[in-house]
Design a binder for this molecule. Structure first.
Ligand code: SF4
Length: 353
């Protein structure tokens, strides 16, 4: 059954054949803890007859979310430890996160901010807190880039987005504004010409990072929404999360990265799954991620290569964790020639300087 509005309650999911009625008691327990939202555009992508549908796995809640592992944590990447004022995360010297809203068009079952986003979680920034956040950016001259994330900043109206872009563009040392969003995929009609226009400003460069994990999410409507942004002169990059049962095979990752490039979106990050509560069924091992990246390297155009990265739990930042192709050993007296591994696994050497 097609849905005309966003599905938010387990009973609605059952009415639309997205979950079994027998699962409802467990899913009510999931819903009491984590937000649920499946837009009509996402519901349309799901094949209800496929119990392993990779789109459903990202958005439809599961009783497995009730199992938390001891290693999992409410704030897996340590946002709170780096938040000098409400709404700002200042983890790296030259950039800050500006978290404006706590709501999203959809709620991803693996979200690393799942304890913070959704109705009834943290509130969106009040006008007073927003002013303090902008003041913080203004007084920190080292901030070159402001990354709007949240929640999904494209949930805001075109008018509000324009006000925010104007405020940031008025700060001379802010040169880059980056929006992280899932809206072009989850609710493409929201990305109107007015919204796309609101993102750009002549005094600052805007980038948009699209969060998408499976090639089927890049529907014709999603591609058109991205084109509306890019056609305004705004470059786009991708970010994806490596997810068990969604994209943890070379064929799907290849198709996803190629689809991004076909849409003029440069693959940027492939995130290793964070230690968010109740997400162990969706996480892969680092070894699996490394093996997959090896399968992409060399076999797929360089344009299609994302950085495979891990956010170190606790807020220590992001590091690349892709396979190592270059190594060198010290034999006790001198450095040995560097050892190089080609994309087929062949081993070569390169002389020390
Ligand atoms: S859109 Fe982003 S912030 Fe919102 S639930 Fe999904 S991963 Fe989390």
């Amino acid at each position: 059954m097609k849905s005309a509005s966003t599905l938010r309650r387990p009973a609605e999911l059952a009415e639309h054949d997205l979950v079994a009625r027998e699962a409802l008691p467990a899913l009510e327990a999931v819903a009491a803890r984590y937000a649920i939202a499946i837009t009509p555009a996402v519901a349309e992508m799901i094949d209800p007859s496929d119990p392993n549908d990779p789109i459903a796995r990202q958005y439809v809640p599961s009783a497995e979310e009730l199992k938390s592992e001891p290693v999992e944590r409410a704030d897996p990447i340590g946002d709170n430890a780096h938040s000098p004022v409400e709404g700002i995360v200042h983890r790296y010297p030259d950039r800050v996160l500006l978290k404006l809203v706590h709501v999203c068009a959809v709620y991803c079952r693996f979200c690393f901010r799942r304890e913070m986003v959704g109705p009834g979680k943290e509130t969106s920034l009040s006008e007073k807190a927003y002013t303090k956040a902008i003041d913080y950016i203004r007084t920190h001259r080292e901030v070159w880039e402001v990354i709007l994330t949240g929640g999904d900043p494209l949930m805001l109206s075109a008018r509000r987005l324009k006000e925010i872009v104007d405020d940031l563009a008025a700060i001379p040392h802010v040169k880059i504004i980056r929006f992280h969003t899932r809206v072009p995929v989850a609710d493409p009609v929201r990305v109107t010409d007015e919204v796309a226009e609101a993102l750009r400003h002549r005094d600052v460069t805007t980038w948009v990072a699209l969060h998408t994990n499976h090639p089927r999410e890049l529907t014709p409507a999603a591609r058109e929404a991205c084109a509306r942004i890019i056609d305004k002169g705004i470059p786009m990059v991708s970010q994806s999360v490596l997810l068990r049962g969604v994209n943890d095979n070379a064929q799907t990752l290849t198709a996803l990265m190629r689809a991004f490039v076909e849409c003029r979106i440069k693959p940027y990050y492939l995130h290793h799954g964070d230690l968010a509560p109740g997400t162990s069924h969706l996480r892969t091992s680092l070894e699996e991620g490394e093996a997959l990246m090896r399968q992409l390297r060399g076999h797929v155009s360089g344009l299609c290569q994302p950085d495979y990265v891990l956010d170190i739990p606790g807020g220590y930042g992001k590091i690349p964790v892709g396979p190592v192709y270059l190594s060198q050993q010290f034999d006790g007296e001198r450095m040995q020639p560097r050892r190089l591994v080609d994309y087929c696994g062949g081993v070569h050497s390169y002389p020390p300087a």
